[in-house]
Design a binder for this molecule. Structure first.
Ligand code: NAI
Length: 328
């Protein structure tokens, strides 16, 4: 029998947590033959709600689920952790300035980064979902100097998946016919969904779409503003689709991308494509043997360059802001 993988989920009692935990316990995160132990981290007032979710997990009798631990102590939650999904974050409330938001999240992600540094397993992989995800990942990473920097990633897979479906709907293709789509930059309204290297059924996506107005005025903004549209329609923010993307992100990182295709992950830049080194920015990546690599050598036209630069400039501003707050 295989040793169980320790998966830590923060914000476990929240709405993404509720959609995510059952997927993990059923084997969709790592594979149908990989047993898991769950560690749920919550703030003290939400521990009881987390216990309720754990009762439901018990009631599913998942064969792969070998244990659930619930705690409000990050040192316990990340002890021996192999995969950490950092979902719990401080949302922006009315009248909150960006500095306040970053500071509040620094209060969450800095101690969690330190707890990962001090307690996690050597092969720890971190995905930050809680917003502002890219910068929260940077804060956690800075607090974990003993963990290889590339283990800290942030989620743009939801944007990637959203873009796939918008493109499929426009062209009548199926999502699985679409390859090599890219989300660049920040998981925010400045993100850039790029179809210039994408193919649909083996043909150039730009040629199949053949509608530049749709690309600039509909596709890119629809994907970027999808989160707000979901809130407007559902009366609550995306949860099941966010959980699904988190599962996809880790599954792909561990199990690899398919031959001839890539995915989008926000990862520490190595300077590729003019993105300043160290910024946690979304790139086209391939994954193999549990490691990711930025796809190199893509031609970036003027249209794409301007959009990538704008999103990366926002990331640099966020980094400068958390630096001046002493969070990194
Ligand atoms: P939620 O408010 O339902 O749940 C958040 C949970 O985190 C709450 O139960 C709260 O008690 C917990 N929490 C707060 N501080 C914590 C701490 N220090 N340690 C452990 N737990 C803590 O929120 P929801 O809907 O589950 O969303 C979570 C985050 O994911 C939000 O920041 C949201 O903006 C973000 N998000 C990111 C997406 C992406 O594509 N990157 C997509 C959708 C949401």
């Amino acid at each position: 029998t295989r040793t169980p993988v320790n998966v830590t989920v923060t914000g476990a009692a929240g709405q993404i947590g509720y959609a995510l935990l059952f997927r993990i316990a059923s084997g969709q995160l790592l594979g149908a033959d990989v047993p898991v132990k769950l560690r749920l981290l919550e703030i003290t007032p939400a521990l009881k709600a987390a216990e309720g979710t754990a009762m439901e997990l018990d009631d599913c009798a998942f064969p792969l689920l070998q244990g659930i631990e619930i705690t409000d102590d990050p040192n316990v939650a990340f002890d021996g952790s192999n995969v950490a999904l950092l979902v719990g974050a401080r949302p922006r409330t009315k009248g909150m300035e960006r500095g306040d938001l970053l500071e509040a999240n620094g209060g969450i992600f800095k101690p969690q980064g330190k707890a990962i540094n001090d307690n996690a397993a050597d092969d720890i992989r971190v995905l930050v979902v809680g917003n502002p995800a890219n910068t929260n990942a940077l804060i956690a990473q800075a607090a974990a100097p003993d963990v290889p920097a590339e283990r800290f990633t942030a989620m743009t897979r939801l944007d990637h998946n959203r873009a796939l479906t918008q493109l499929a709907k426009k062209t009548g293709a199926s999502v699985s016919d679409i390859k090599r789509l890219t989300i660049w930059g920040n998981h925010s309204a400045t993100q850039y969904s790029d179809i210039h290297h994408a193919t649909i059924g083996g043909k150039s996506a730009v040629e199949v779409v053949d509608d530049e107005k749709w690309l600039t005025e509909e596709f890119i903004p629809t994907v970027a503003k999808r989160g707000a549209a979901i809130i407007e329609a559902r009366g609550a923010s995306s949860a099941a689709s966010a959980a699904n993307a988190a599962v996809d992100h880790i599954h792909t990182w561990v199990n690899g991308t398919e031959e001839g295709n890539w995915t989008s992950m926000a990862i520490p830049s190595d300077g590729s494509y003019g993105v300043p080194e160290g910024l946690i920015s979304s790139f086209p990546v391939t994954c193999k043997d549990g490691k990711y690599e930025i796809v190199q050598g893509l031609d970036i036209n003027e249209f794409s360059r301007a959009r990538i630069d704008a999103s990366v400039a926002e990331l640099a501003e966020e980094r400068d802001a958390v630096r001046s707050l002493g969070l990194i």
